[in-house]
Design a protein around this ligand. Structure first.
Ligand SMILES: Nc1ncnc2c1ncn2[C@@H]1O[C@H](COP(=O)(O)OP(=O)(O)OP(=O)(O)O)[C@@H](O)[C@H]1O
Ligand SMILES: [Mg+2]
Length: 256
């Protein structure tokens, strides 16, 4: 049975897409069959995996509107063991187009149920807001992985996300849980980074796992080459950190 992990934080620019791309690629490099879903009209995960987002006939937008089937939308083997359900700016309109549709929070879940057994992991990159797209991701997911940027306002973002997850649990997906925190752009030289880590751990305790991703310029460069970090610079600190995260994710067995 596959595990479905949503990468979410309503705060923008905290490393969601970087984590979606590189966790997916690192899991795939460890031989796991991975489907990466881009739920963000910005399409950063799509382009970061080397797919030209503007030249696509079928994306998650067509899937959600019922205008294309899953198999027409998935791009298989963008890298070994790694398939992509892509997105581009068209996805912005989905909320309005589906305004009168019933059960619109469950569209992705119903589609994924049909194919989830083909994959070991489904990784969903969320947009930086709580909208219909994020709700579809959280309804589909077994768990949420939260990237937190090590900066002053990090805890505000976390509090919002915990609220959202609790609301979704009450109303739409009772099994949803926060599975881990990924501290991104961590800088060991600053007190702020270690303070943020300590504060978050005090708040969330040992129920979740914690991973550290250092601030690493190679991670910031890789998307412009359309490559995940383990292809762009496999020896970089960023590649090592995301491989370690993949190992942690694999080691964490699904609890029911
Ligand atoms: N560990 C890191 N070291 C250096 N740069 C990073 C790191 N992680 C992410 N970045 C850079 O920070 C910026 C924001 O990252 P990213 O796009 O992954 O965030 P996001 O949460 O997906 O943003 P959005 O909310 O807009 O979707 C990007 O330019 C990315 O390359
Ligand atoms: Mg993003």
């Amino acid at each position: 049975m596959s595990r479905i992990i949503a990468i979410a934080n309503q705060k923008g620019g905290v490393g969601k897409s970087t984590t979606a791309i590189n966790l997916s690629a690192s899991l795939a490099a460890r031989g796991k069959k991975v489907l990466t879903i881009d739920m963000d009209p910005q399409g950063n995960t799509t382009s970061g995996l080397g797919v030209d987002k503007n030249g696509l006939e079928n994306t998650i937008y067509e899937l959600m509107l019922g205008n294309a089937e899953m198999k027409e939308c998935i791009i298989e083997k963008v890298y070994d063991h790694l398939s992509l359900l892509p997105a581009n700016v068209n996805l912005t309109a989905v909320e309005i187009e589906l305004i009168d549709q019933e059960n619109k929070e469950f569209i992705l879940k119903e589609e994924i149920e049909k194919i989830r057994d083909k994959f070991d992991y489904v990784i969903i990159d969320c947009p930086p807001s709580l909208n219909l797209l994020t709700l579809n991701a959280l309804v589909t997911a077994d768990s949420v992985l939260v990237p937190i940027q090590c900066e002053y306002y990090a805890l505000e973002g976390l509090a919002q996300l915990v609220n959202t997850v609790n609301l979704v649990k009450e109303r739409l997906n009772e099994n949803l849980k926060i599975e881990g925190i990924v501290f991104t752009m961590y800088d060991a030289r600053t007190n702020l980074s270690s303070q943020v880590v300590e504060n978050v751990k005090e708040n969330l305790g040992n129920e979740v796992y914690y991973a550290l991703i250092p601030r690493n310029v190679r991670l910031a460069e890789a998307p412009s080459y359309g490559q995940p970090i383990n292809v762009y610079d496999p020896k970089s600190a960023g590649a090592e950190a995301y491989d370690l995260l993949a190992k942690t994710v694999i080691g964490k067995k699904k609890k029911k």
